[in-house]
Design a protein around this ligand. Structure first.
Ligand SMILES: NC(=O)c1ccc[n+]([C@@H]2O[C@H](COP(=O)([O-])OP(=O)(O)OC[C@H]3O[C@@H](n4cnc5c(N)ncnc54)[C@H](O)[C@@H]3O)[C@@H](O)[C@H]2O)c1
Length: 285
């Protein structure tokens, strides 16, 4: 199946950069969000990022202009998704919100359209059954920041057709990404299962008063060669996301191991969510 038009639903931390990556790769892109302010921010980002790339000599003026002309922003879901060949959902990490959205998308989108979720952990079989096209539903998991990070995890559920997985792998390649294919679903896929193990241990060490989060980050960066430590990474990905992931998993399994630690709950309630609110573990003001 040939994909020409991509709709990105959710223009937050991930969505605005996924949308711009797709536009830069030559796709016609519509980007939508229920929050008008977030949508404006996403559009402003496109208007500043592209000229910056030209100034740095990474893009020609024509390339930037063409990418900008290919991407549009609207608060109207039907307008955004009505003509899409592929929808990439990047809304809040809450299963009930994603299920409601996929049911809506199933009604709005053309029958051939693929519906993919950028969820960090939720497998698409938890969502596909609300649609009449489960064979066209899969995970397409980008990494933060999506304009820079090249990895995409494409996850096939038992309901996902080979054709759908193949098309999403191909679109990822066209976007200049390096896709990996998971033949079977597993909660958290590959990377986040590994990252979570490190993150949870880091929070445990901090909660136990063994070291400051700055020193834990320093240790991980210098000994393991990670580009950033787990606390700085949580600031980048959003402490609200860490909170929601933990709560969703705890509510689903009833296992207290998954309940967000008091440290995360405190940061969540204070709205110290990391870079996006100007303060998390570190200060960004
Ligand atoms: N933050 C990361 O590092 C990261 C990395 C990979 C994947 N993800 C996944 O991407 C998804 C989005 O995460 P994020 O960090 O960008 O979140 P975010 O909170 O920054 O953005 C989510 C956006 O979705 C919008 N939204 C909520 N419900 C909506 C709806 N029904 N229709 C349209 N828009 C809606 C919100 O207004 C918000 O702007 C999550 O599933 C998350 O697990 C996040």
């Amino acid at each position: 199946m040939e994909v020409k038009t991509i709709c990105v639903v959710g223009a937050g931390n991930m969505g605005h950069q996924i949308a711009l990556s797709a536009a830069l790769a030559g796709y016609t892109v519509t980007c939508t969000d229920i929050d008008g302010e977030i949508l404006r921010k996403a559009e402003n980002f496109a208007d500043t990022y592209l000229p910056e790339r030209v100034a740095k000599g990474k893009l020609t003026g024509d390339q930037a202009g063409a990418a900008r002309a290919r991407i549009s922003f609207t608060g109207d879901l039907a307008e955004a998704a009505g003509g899409a060949d592929l929808v990439i959902e990047a809304v809040i990490e809450k299963l009930d919100v994603k299920r409601k959205l996929f049911a809506q998308l199933d009604k709005i989108c053309p029958p051939h359209a693929i519906l993919a979720t950028n969820s960090s952990y939720i497998v698409s079989s938890k969502i596909a059954d609300v649609t009449g096209r489960p064979e066209k539903v899969c995970n397409m998991h980008f990494f933060n920041p999506a304009l820079v990070n090249k990895l995409v995890e494409v996850v096939k559920g038992p309901h996902t057709s080979e054709e759908t997985a193949g098309t999403v792998m191909e679109v990822s390649r066209q976007m200049g990404k390096i896709p990996v294919l998971l033949q079977k679903e597993i909660y958290g896929f590959l990377v986040n299962r590994i990252v979570s193990a490190v993150k949870n241990e880091a929070i445990y060490l901090y909660d136990m008063g063994i070291a400051s989060y700055e020193d834990i980050d320093t240790a991980v960066v210098h000994a393991l060669g990670y580009p950033m430590g787990p606390f700085r990474l949580m600031d980048l990905t959003g402490i609200d996301l860490t909170y929601h992931i933990g709560m969703e998993r705890y509510q689903e399994t009833g296992d207290p191991r998954y309940r967000p630690s008091p440290l995360i709950v405190e940061k969540y309630l204070k709205k110290e969510w990391g870079r996006k609110t100007g303060k998390g573990f570190y200060d960004y003001k």
